[in-house]
Design a protein around this ligand. Structure first.
Ligand SMILES: NC(=O)c1ccc[n+]([C@@H]2O[C@H](COP(=O)([O-])OP(=O)(O)OC[C@H]3O[C@@H](n4cnc5c(N)ncnc54)[C@H](O)[C@@H]3O)[C@@H](O)[C@H]2O)c1
Length: 249
């Protein structure tokens, strides 16, 4: 098992069809104790219970610093260590540049970018004390190509901000054996795209992807396990594209 006795926190991990829950499941299968953090409405405790015995589900809002700090403290109090943080919580909005309001901008950036900062700040003192840890940030192909399929320009900006933040943290904390890496998923069939694309449109998009299909949540979970595990001990500051070849650069 690649993650035996490790403790992993996954934000936004309660959606059963989402990237976060698929990652939680694969990490648990690989021996990790998992803490799923999510909004109350998403029922993180219920999601954690589906992983089997010994996992934790906590209500936490990544846009709220006190909530992030409290959740990280609870995870540490429960498990006695933290090895991996997956900054996965994110929301999108399919609008064009001229339609983005200030409130839209705040909402989208607060979850992906501010949330990544606040949760990283919440776990870093523990990772420092351990002199080890892996932070994995879920960005998007949208950051690299100026729009994925569904997110607006503020979403691309938020996800590009995540790339910059993660690289800077990788540089800052590398000497303390804390690795920080990003994953840039392509188009993955989760609730975030549910009802927004017809089957014909999905087939059309698949034709433009070298691996000829949309991504599955499990495709991202595998990349997260790699970045959490000892298989990636010399990787930091990297951007791991998991997009079926949608963007080759
Ligand atoms: N699905 C895709 O095609 C795709 C592509 C690239 C990147 N991503 C990114 O992957 C991540 C996961 O997305 P998904 O597709 O699984 O969607 P999803 O909607 O299933 O998951 C997002 C989760 O984040 C949670 N969340 C929202 N606001 C939160 C907050 N303030 N605090 C804590 N949790 C919060 C939601 O409750 C939900 O469980 C997101 O960051 C998304 O931007 C998705």
């Amino acid at each position: 098992m690649l993650l035996k006795d490790q403790v992993a926190i996954i934000t936004g991990g309660a959606g059963l069809n989402g990237l976060g829950f698929a990652t939680a499941r694969l990490m648990a299968e690989q021996g990790a104790k998992v803490a799923i953090l999510d909004l109350e409405a998403a029922d993180p405790a219920g999601a954690a219970a589906r992983l089997g015995e010994g996992h934790l589900g906590l209500v936490a809002d990544v846009t709220d610093k006190a909530s992030c700090d409290a959740a990280a403290a609870q995870v540490y109090a429960h498990f006695g260590r933290i090895d991996t943080l997956v900054n996965n919580a994110g929301i999108t909005q399919p609008v064009k540049t001229l339609e983005i309001t200030g409130a839209d901008y705040d909402r989208i950036l607060n979850v992906s970018l501010r949330g990544t900062l606040y949760m990283s700040q919440a776990v870093l003192p523990t990772l420092r004390a351990q002199q080890s840890g892996s932070i994995i940030c879920i960005s998007s192909v949208s950051a690299q190509r100026g729009g994925g399929i569904l997110g607006g320009p503020h979403y691309s900006a938020a996800k590009a901000g995540v790339l910059g933040l993660a690289r800077a943290m990788a540089r800052e904390f590398g000497p303390e054996n804390i690795r920080v890496n990003c994953i840039t998923p392509g188009l993955i069939g989760t609730d975030i795209i549910k009802g927004k694309l017809t089957e014909e449109k999905k087939a059309e998009i698949a034709e433009t992807i070298p691996l000829a299909r949309l991504g599955r949540a499990e495709d991202i979970a595998g990349a997260c396990v790699f970045l959490a595990s000892p298989l990636s001990t010399y990787c930091t500051g990297i951007t791991l594209d998991v997009n079926g070849g949608m963007l080759i650069h």
